[in-house]
Design a protein around this ligand. Sequence first.
Ligand SMILES: [Zn+2]
Length: 393
Amino acid sequence: METTQAFRGLDCTGCGASFDANEHGRCPECGGSLDPAYDYDAVEPGDLLGRTSDDGPGHWRYDALLPFPATGGLSANEGDTPLVRTDRLAEELGVAAAYVKDEGRNPTGTVLDRGMSVVATAAADRGLEPLALAAAGNAGQSAAAYAGRADLRSYAFVPSRTAFSNKAMVNVHGGDMRVVGGRYADAAAAVDDQLETEYHSLQEFTTPYRHEGAKTIAFELFADVGVPDAVVVPVGTGELLVGVVKGFRELRAVGATESLPSVYAVQPEGCAPIATAWQAGADAVEAWTRPDTIVGELEIEEPAGGDRALAALADADGDAFAVPDADALESAVTVAQSEVLEVGGPGGVALAGAWRLAEEGDLDAAEEVVVVNPDAGGKTPDVLRSHLMGKGI
Ligand SMILES: [Zn+2]
């Protein structure tokens, strides 16, 4: 398929072998996850800066560092989300400026639309059917939507706890859905158990393109405010963290900047395998045996990208830690009441992380902080409302 000028293939993060864009799963040699690679000398900072909608829809305007050109991208204008300046939050955090990168404004209300548009572009070119994945919720909805755009059949395997809005919208977008008893890992196991045909996987870190789509967040942040001092991201699968760190490192690689932000990864205490491994200084992430968080979107007990998340944290001079569910929901409600923004549990986890950083003196008064909200609060209003009920409201 047609690829961009700087794209030079898919490199295995396990064994280093290289493949062309016709490879679409994990490394056939070692099973490692593949990562799109580029010739950074072929990209000028100007190829990323000052991009407008004339250069492509949504995040496709940054196709100088995407595998496929904007002209062939399947798009519903995902990306190009607002960076909302939140002055009351900045005052509470005691920092010079605070912003929320509101990924809830994507077509299906999730940051995952960025990656799905890239995966769907590759899948449509090959015409491989069906597309399939396990999803905590948002990924299933997004996958069904982009599969529809690609005119390909799709299956989403979701755990029974998945939000009703996600389940309904998978079908509304024309996707097939299987509800699996248990947790995310059970849904992931069910894909291979129940799908007897060969399928094109949309699973994070099986396809090389989901985190690749997420990285355009870094390009958009850079266009809006340059390199912030700190970026706080909620973490479940790890694809958002890996993508954002890759994006900033690429900005440095093409000579757009010399500095990188500190990147903080925040997980809910009830399912925090990546934060726990990071805190312990471990090389690998161990599965979380008793996941229990109300933030279902981040309840990923055995993240496929765990090792890559740890590597990203090390690359970004980052840190990872966990926050209680109650703090996450309180943070989401506070921002809804003071900043207009509708932030769900995952965004609340990131916000609670920012408050924790402020309390512990990790943010100083001159700093600019960006908190990434990965999905729309309106997807799970019952979760936010139940938090108020717990307070007698
Ligand atoms: Zn390999």
